[in-house]
Ligand binder design. Sequence first.
Ligand code: HEC
Ligand code: HEC
Ligand code: HEC
Ligand code: HEC
Length: 153
Amino acid sequence: MRSFLKDEKHLVRMAAIFLVGLLLFLIVRAFFIPKGFYEYGHFRTGALADNAARPMGFAGREACESCHPDIVDERKGSRHAAIACEACHGALAKHADDPVGLKPTRPDAKKICLVCHRQDVAKPKTFKQVNPQEHMGSEPCNACHKPHHPEMA
Ligand code: HEC
Ligand code: HEC
Ligand code: HEC
Ligand code: HEC
């Protein structure tokens, strides 16, 4: 036993270095981990309040419909009736809060329609798709289709 520990100074130094290392790690860790981390899970508890405090971008279809009943009538019976307004018009909560102060620009029918309808083998066959070159040449989609009621028949 004695012979095994005859050079114990080395062990003591090594243990001391490990201890100092551990202490440093704990100090740095305490410094960098934000308050509330891991209180409920692998996230910072305060992040919930931070996100809830961010302003909302979307107003929701009910808000649009309450002020634009003419568009609701236009969309009746159309296969577009179920699409949320802001899917085409973009997030417009600021406009809903201040309709005249922030007048939205109209979506560009040359671009917005093809976001959903451009022909693509990855889309289900049952979804109506067009090849823009063959379908309409250089005319914008709304030269023939009404965006809020696009059916031709
Ligand atoms: C509180 C009533 C109100 C709400 C809610 C509202 N709007 Fe409006 N919207 C208006 C008014 C009023 C105008 C006309 C503003 C002007 O002409 O200066 C307008 C104008 C517009 C225009 C421009 C029309 C044009 O002639 O170019 C678009 C597009 C539009 N709204 C879409 C929407 C969408 C989409 C929503 C839902 C996110 C929405 N609005 C919510 C009142 C509202
Ligand atoms: C499929 C895409 C799409 C959806 C969904 C859609 N719109 Fe539009 N909307 C357009 C496009 C494109 C225009 C621009 C038409 C133009 O330039 O003549 C437009 C124009 C408008 C205008 C300007 C005035 C007019 O009559 O053209 C208003 C107001 C409007 N939309 C409100 C709404 C509201 C409210 C909803 C939901 C109830 C809605 N839109 C849903 C694509 C859409
Ligand atoms: C957010 C996606 C989206 C956008 C943007 C969009 N559409 Fe549609 N469109 C749909 C969906 C979903 C249907 C219903 C498809 C179905 O029932 O099979 C549809 C149906 C149609 C139909 C009916 C086809 C038929 O005869 O049954 C036409 C035409 C059409 N869209 C044209 C347009 C035009 C023109 C625009 C641009 C103003 C446009 N769409 C923008 C999603 C979109
Ligand atoms: C020159 C007029 C014209 C223009 C411009 C036009 N379309 Fe059409 N579109 C039609 C006609 C007519 C039909 C119905 C006959 C048919 O099925 O081809 C139709 C049908 C459709 C259909 C249903 C296709 C199906 O399989 O039933 C979709 C989706 C459509 N168009 C989307 C668009 C989009 C998106 C644009 C713009 C990129 C556009 N159209 C531009 C005339 C037009």
